[in-house]
Design a protein around this ligand. Sequence first.
Ligand SMILES: [Zn+2]
Length: 404
Amino acid sequence: MKKISLILFVIILFSVVVLIYSYQSTKEQERYVVVLSLDGFRSDYPGRAKVPTLDSLAKAGVKAGFRPSFPSLTFPNHYAMATGLHPDHNGLVSNSFYAPDLDSIYRIGNRRAVGNPDFYGGEPIWVTAEKQGVKSASYFWVGTEAPIQGIQPSIWKSFDKTVPFTDRADSVVAWLQLPEDVRPHLLMWYIEEPDGVGHAVTPDSTAIVETIESLDGVLNHFFTAVRKLDIFPQIDFIVLSDHGMATYYPESYVNLNNYLPRDSFDYIFEGVPTLLYPKSTYVDSAYAILQRVPHVTTWRKHEIPDKYMYGTHPRIGELVVMPDIGTMLHFRAKDYPILGGAHGYDNFSPEMEAIFYAAGPSFKENEERPTMANVNLYLLVATLLGLDPAPNDGDSTAVQGLLK
Ligand SMILES: [Zn+2]
């Protein structure tokens, strides 16, 4: 009798376990995550324009400030969000840099470099997803053009700025209607505005408002279509940006060429910030000279303040020169002092802060959250999709604070 009840108990326990397991796996398979990045969308832009779609997202879900990683540039930040690792930890240390480990230069305009997986450390979220049997799709996201760990999203595209934004939206909607066995559950797409207009006319210009409103129109186009899908209630949406934008002025322009001899450097990557790779005999002299240059802060890489989480990766130049907000920094034969918009500056400055909106079945409703670091995206998406995350710099308290 005892033996029979024990067998019965084991059978019941087994079926309960099977039931729980199948319930969980169904739940995870039911979930979809769509992430859209609007490049250079500063956190104060929505307050300066009519953005009914963004406003409705905030009401339906969560809104927060989104702090870029240092340096506040496009490629390091898209890859930081994808991997949950600061650029210092993921190897994509700037838009352009020298990699001594590969004896090779990375430049965002160089297709061969962009497609070379050796430049990309860490594990982007689409690799985590594909490894765990969750299909992913990307319409332009930094890193998706390279087979990282031999893996790319099931669907991916080579960057082509001529594709209209609404066409990209339509493709994402079409992918959500693919047959279930090939349908991606993680979809990431990208729009290169309002970054372009911000650079051209400065973030203070009224031309920004026009672009912001037209982008809200693209969002409206997307949500109008996606709302009609049967799976709409299962989709978590995230709309974010990689960094903000700041105005720089001709009066505070700095050209390092007026202070330093070019031939004392192995590599120079000018801009905000500037990475310098001086010849070993010239490091101390260059550093001393740079301390006297106005409108910039120069660090030896090991002395960069901890809050920037930057300076340990071997690919970072020995000297990092960060201009103040308002200053454009060059290292070129001729001065070029103009008015314009730029980013790459101190990622803790309000001008560099980006947007973050999220709405869907997993998110709290009508909730404003404090500014958080953008490396939380990886952990957030992994949590939404029930994926086992790779090591990352995310903060689970910040992520849980967004969720129901
Ligand atoms: Zn950008």
